[in-house]
Design a protein around this ligand. Sequence first.
Ligand code: LLP
Length: 405
Amino acid sequence: MKSSLTYEQLKQAAEKFGTPLYVYHAEKIVSQYQNLVTHFDMKQTRFFYACKALTNIHILQVIKNAGCPIDCSSINEVKLALHVGFEPKNILYTSNSVSFDEICEAVALGINVNIDSLSNLEKFGAKYGNTYAVGVRIRPNIMAGGNLKISTGHDKSKFGIPLIQFNELKTIQEKFQLKINTLHIHTGSEIKEVSVFLQSAAVFESILGEFPSVQVLDFGGGFKVPYTPNEKGTDIALLGSEVNKVMKKMSEKFGRPLIAWFEPGKYLVSEAGYFISQVNVLKEQGEITFAGINTGLNHLIRPMFYDAYHHIDNISHPDQAKKNYAVVGNICETDTFAWDRPIPTISEGDFLVFYNAGAYGYEMSSNYNARYKPAQVLFEKEEAKLISRADDFADLLRLQIPLNP
Ligand code: LLP
């Protein structure tokens, strides 16, 4: 598996900061962003980092310093972005099923807002009329994404305003003279096929004539990155050239300058992240050898929740002959990270690294079984610095009301 941090760097971080440990590589995040910028016409494109993937403020700062705007999915993510110093015009808030109060808060902060229900759009119209430009999220009935749990554009999805309710959408727009400046579609995560984004473009094209004030076509996120060693991600060069063409064509057809927005999460941070654990116990059980590690679904839930593959390597003994293992966690659940996985022969105490751990790893972690959340470390210019510490016992009690003495 291609890695931008060396075994030695990862091992030193594990020894210095303890495990389990999340490690990120700043330069890799920046180079992923640069790759997007290289292949798209930046006069008609903007990328907003979908920070739900990883919200640590030091990561957000790397993103901001790279010149990349930010996409948020909750008002607290918006507040984190402001805390880090993103300008409101560089913050996008794509909400779903949120209270109208949260949308009002976002408006008061002056950021870009996409609304995903007729109900909130109606309330928005009644309160703001045409005084605040707004985006609407459309549900296009496109099935896309790595698996059903991460597909959001299909006809049973909770996300967005279904295209079949287009007339209601138009009625609300006309009633309040809404200034709709953005049409938004996000069809899912881990989309390899460029054609899916072109399908979204076709949906935009079919309704754009009805929205004279729209300038932004927001295609959402979902670029695929390789998780398995032989897999390929989305062909960014091809996507860039196709989107460049289709945007130019639509701008000409509708006689107004249109800009494409994207909201990549995984693409920017997945491969920049590593999760390091240590082997507590080896258990030989007939044909199966279990490697029981000092973490579990509380720290990396993707393998159990999405059947996601994360490549695993033995950074203590990378050159040993490979043997098949079941890598399992220490949580009181069946938290199996991998079955029958060839890994360089493991001894108890070895460090195992999980690749592609930057996106939705730490961010989806919890204190289940009253275990501590792991620390996070950022490598930048070859230096490793702690960017969040592990929990301690006081943290487990912090929010709980003390017992009576
Ligand atoms: N924009 C919107 C509106 C989204 O809902 C999402 C992801 C993104 C952008 C970013 O998608 P990405 O580029 O990261 O694929 N926890 C799951 C992924 C859930 C994605 C949720 N929405 C996982 O670990 O696979």
